[in-house]
Design a protein around this ligand. Structure first.
Ligand code: PLP
Length: 451
């Protein structure tokens, strides 16, 4: 048996994959990615593909950012690992915290707490939110409100605020006190076709839920500035500003889960900036280190930090953290990534070439009989496939159409991601205009081939 055949067999035999049936790899051919360069990847069979997935919303600088690679190697030579518990630290963690706070100073960020990924960053934010209220003497504020279709990772807290039952059912019962409200989703809602009216209605749903629960019991509202995994759902422009006001009115913290939207994907450095608001806590990961080494971070606003810093009760020690919080190699990768984001104006590129991608692929709504809705902003885009365009009847789960489109794209040299009825695109943020046009050419041909 060839080495490649052995790899494929061992993959099916020994490895359980996230979000997959353990036996799935025995039945379907996995995409085994062996090499990357720029915005391109090669599978084990040597087939070259444009990376429309960006690793998984993560490889923002592409696969050969020399500056990040060099920083990682230098750090491995200097100090491969040390912890940051209690009185201990190391230079890269300190430099990264200072750099991040500087970048987020306009957003009112005062401090940052590191972890190892997005789910960790969410868990940290949820726990800090509860502790914040306890320190302020509001001990009953333990509940969380979140959006349907939202995705906040897979730990028990994040899973409990997740808005998709697929990720919850097998692990219930979850955290008590988590409530879900309708997401402002223009294509699918029972209320209105007018975006601003929808923004108002959905913001009002938040206020009604807070009042119904009792404002003095609600710790935080958590949401993604643009929902990613749920199908790239972009809220109306008035939604986040209204949400900010409602949270302030009722003393509820606003947690922005920017694991996907952080560091430029929407064309703005942070998704909250897209909406002109600030949060109280931000969850960051993925693009923070361009996926080169796992890292998560929770950014803490001055408002929240002050309550911890000023505490006299002795309860403000944060009883939370991970062995690999601010892992030196990850911190080095992140420092180099942040420098590149600024030097290359990565958000600016995402905005410019993203606008071309959005404009071109929106045409599929007109040209393809089974594309119901194309939506997104910057370099995040979702194409929702439907059973019936006129009635917006959802594509049945049993349909093979999404997988067939993805296969056509793969054969033409483009990696895409299918999530339910949605084809999701999140290419590296350094993708060029030529590459984006190529991506659109290939995708148009792939949809046409399945017509
Ligand atoms: N939050 C959001 C918005 C995400 O999209 C993700 C992952 O895709 C997470 C949290 C969880 O991140 P991780 O998979 O790094 O734990």
């Amino acid at each position: 048996m060839s080495t490649i055949e052995q790899l494929k067999q061992d993959n099916a035999e020994f490895q359980w994959h996230p979000m997959a049936h353990p036996a799935a790899m025995k039945k379907s051919k996995p995409d085994i990615v062996a090499r990357g360069e720029g915005c391109w990847i090669w599978d084990v069979d040597g087939h070259k593909l444009l990376d429309g997935v960006g690793g998984l919303w993560a490889s923002n600088l592409g696969h050969s950012a020399t500056a990040v690679r060099d920083a990682i190697v230098a750090q491995l030579d200097e100090l491969p690992f040390y912890n940051t518990f209690r009185g201990t630290s190391h230079p890269r963690a300190i430099e990264l915290s200072a750099q991040l706070v500087k970048m987020m100073e306009p957003d009112g960020v005062a401090s940052v707490m590191f972890s190892s990924g997005g789910s960790d960053a969410v868990e940290t934010a949820l726990k800090l939110a509860r502790q914040y209220h306890k320190l302020r003497g509001e001990k009953d504020r333990f509940k969380f409100i979140s959006l349907r279709q939202g995705y906040h990772g897979v730990h028990f807290g994040g899973m409990s605020v997740n808005g998709n039952t697929n990720f919850r059912r097998a692990y219930e019962p979850l955290l008590p006190g988590c409530f879900h409200i309708d997401t402002p989703w223009l294509y699918r809602n029972p209320y209105t076709n007018d975006p601003l009216e929808l923004g108002e209605i959905c913001a009002e749903l938040l206020e009604r839920e807070i009042v119904f629960q009792g404002p003095d019991t609600v710790a935080a509202f958590i949401a993604e500035p643009v929902q990613g995994a749920g199908g790239v759902i972009v809220p109306p422009a008035n939604y986040w500003p209204l949400v900010r006001k409602i949270c302030d009115k009722h003393g509820v913290l606003l947690i922005a889960d920017e694991v996907v939207t952080g560091f430029g994907r929407t064309g703005h450095l942070f998704g909250t900036r897209l909406w002109g608001v600030t949060a109280d806590l931000w969850c960051l990961a993925k693009g923070i280190s361009s996926g080169y080494v796992p890292l998560g971070a929770t950014a803490i606003s001055a408002k929240v930090a002050q309550v911890f810093n000023d505490d006299k009760s002795g309860q403000a020690a944060v009883g939370h953290g991970y062995t690999y919080s601010a892992h030196p190699v990850a911190a080095a990768a992140a420092l180099a990534t942040l420098a590149q984001i600024q030097a290359l104006d990565v958000p600016g590129n995402a905005g410019r070439v993203g606008a071309v991608m959005q404009e071109r692929l929106r045409q599929l709504e007109k040209t393809c009989s089974f594309v119901g809705n194309v939506r997104g902003v910057g370099l995040m885009l979702g194409i929702e496939m439907v059973d019936d365009k006129a009635t917006r009847t959802p594509m049945p789960r049993s349909s093979d159409i999404p997988a067939r489109v993805a296969k056509e794209a793969y054969q033409r040299g483009l990696m895409v991601r299918i999530s339910g009825p949605n084809l999701i695109l999140s290419p590296p943020l350094v993708i060029s205009l030529d590459e984006v046009n190529h991506l659109c050419d290939v995708l148009e041909a792939s949809f046409a081939a399945v017509e």
